[in-house]
Design a protein around this ligand. Structure first.
Ligand code: URA
Length: 466
């Protein structure tokens, strides 16, 4: 029996080193007792020897295994180190094992990783700072109870997002503090250590009330996105019972009233910037792993016309901006011919990470699938709620699916405006890359002309609405 000793419950590098030594020495998973952190209470484990010397040599495992292990190790399940070690031995023997979705061990580890990713996202979405004043000036303190060991991995997200603020995030096991330059760690804390109420709350409350749409009220979905456990930390959650209770009456009034967009929140620009920043750290689906960055939408916050594409391509992924590659250039020319100034429109994508497959040095586009479109709808919905454009144009089938929540045939849907629940006018047309890919030049020219005519009509409607 050996001891696999890690410095902390989230010590991935430590696990990697120790697991490698055990694997090289051919140690069976059942012969290791794993311990993590300074807690030496397990006297039996303390007496056990470390990994035996393995001599020289090494081995490698596929990158996706490391990505999976890096997430799964943060799970609270005490068996995670042993499960990962068992999976490591199998993958080392046969790398293709990672494709075997029916393998119970792989499925269990994937479930751990997915629970961790969800918890990471919850922390990013539900941490709410309260303002305090100390001798150095304002300081923002938040209380959060994660399910897993995710606080350290999430620290860089909060450092980027709140770079110039002095803040502390208190959790039961660990506290992290940022003074604008350095991140420090402290011991765990309790909810009473964080202030309960402050003026910042009013901003959250008015933002939440302004984006609450009674027609979209789905309690089940709401609970799954914002479980009750987090409600007590969120100032805006105090509004939920009231908003839910009044939802039916408000929905009836909304149907009866002529469609008109609700007022855009007064802090829309700041909210958009915060939303974009949050999307930069998005891990809602696995696509983020093999991309350069999230490509968020761009354009004026009060743009009356919004275009939705499918997903960034190779060039967009590198530039961090939507529609700048070949499809974007075709789109720009078509807009110009239709008399629409792209700078006055907002351009975004249904999926905000580049889905692709590597072939040698090339990255080949792959169409996003339902789970990815669904996961990314979280961001699109917030962009639409915030910008409240008068006209929304879906370019291609993926965008249409995301906008309308169902699969539609472009041929049957294009050319006629659709009344959207938000009061905006929806349009569906082809994606510019459909035109790019057409081999027959004559057909291509005809289709391109049709695309430009549709854009012209949309431009005219926009001017009329204005
Ligand atoms: N295709 C899209 O759908 N979006 C982009 O941003 C680029 C190409």
């Amino acid at each position: 029996m050996y001891r696999g000793r890690l410095s902390a419950p989230d010590d991935f590098e430590g696990w990697r080193e120790v697991a490698r030594a055990f694997a090289l020495a051919g140690v069976d998973p059942a012969d290791i007792m794993w311990t993590a952190g300074p807690d030496e209470s397990d006297l039996f484990a303390t007496d056990l020897p470390p990994p035996p010397p393995s001599g020289s040599g090494g081995f490698s495992v596929p990158r996706p295994f490391l990505n999976l292990a890096e997430s799964a190790i943060l799970h609270r399940d005490p068996e995670r180190f042993a499960l990962l070690y068992a999976l490591l031995l199998r993958v080392r023997e046969r790398p293709g094992r990672l494709e075997d979705k029916a393998d119970p061990l792989l499925r269990r580890v994937e479930m751990l990783a997915s629970a961790v990713r969800r918890d990471i996202h919850k922390m990013r979405a539900f941490v709410r700072f309260r303002e305090l004043e100390d001798e150095t000036g304002p300081r923002y303190v938040a209380w959060f109870e994660p399910d897993h060991h995710i606080v350290r991995v999430n620290a860089s997200f909060f450092m980027r997002r709140f770079a110039s603020m002095h803040w502390s995030i208190l959790t039961p096991e660990l506290s992290i503090h940022w003074d604008g330059e350095t991140l420090t760690e402290g011991p765990g804390a309790s909810a009473q250590d964080a202030p309960a109420d402050d003026p910042v709350e009013q901003i959250w409350k008015s933002y939440y009330a302004s984006i609450f749409n009674p027609a979209r009220l789905k309690i089940g979905a709401m609970l799954s996105e914002m479980p009750r456990k987090y409600w007590r930390n969120l100032p805006e959650a105090a509004l939920i019972p009231e908003l839910v209770a009044g939802a039916q009456a408000r929905e009836a009034a909304m149907i009866a009233a002529p469609a008109k967009p609700p007022a855009r929140p007064s802090n829309a620009t700041a909210t958009w910037a915060a939303l974009r920043e949050e999307a930069m750290g998005c891990t809602r689906c696995p696509l983020y792993r093999d991309t350069t960055q999230t490509v968020f939408g761009e354009g004026p916050i009060d743009a009356p016309l919004l275009f939705i594409g499918e997903q960034p391509g190779d060039q967009e992924d590198l530039a961090g901006r939507p529609f700048v590659g070949p499809a974007g250039q075709l789109f720009d020319r078509a807009l110009e011919e239709a008399g629409i100034d792209r700078r006055q429109t907002y351009v975004t994508n249904a999926v905000k990470h580049f889905k692709h497959e590597r072939r040698g040095k090339r990255r080949i586009h792959q169409t996003p699938e339902t789970p990815e479109i669904q996961a990314c709808r979280w961001w699109l919905t917030q962009e639409l709620d915030l910008l409240q454009p008068r006209i929304i144009v879906a370019l291609g089938a993926t965008a249409a699916r995301s906008l309308l929540g169902k699969t539609v045939t472009i041929g049957r849907t294009r050319g006629t405006p659709i009344a959207l629940e938000s009061g905006a006018q929806g349009w569906v047309t082809v994606h510019p890359s459909f035109l790019l890919r057409m081999p027959d030049e004559a057909r291509k020219a005809k289709e391109r002309q049709r695309f430009v005519s549709e854009l012209k009509e949309i431009g005219e409607r926009m001017r009329n609405l204005a």
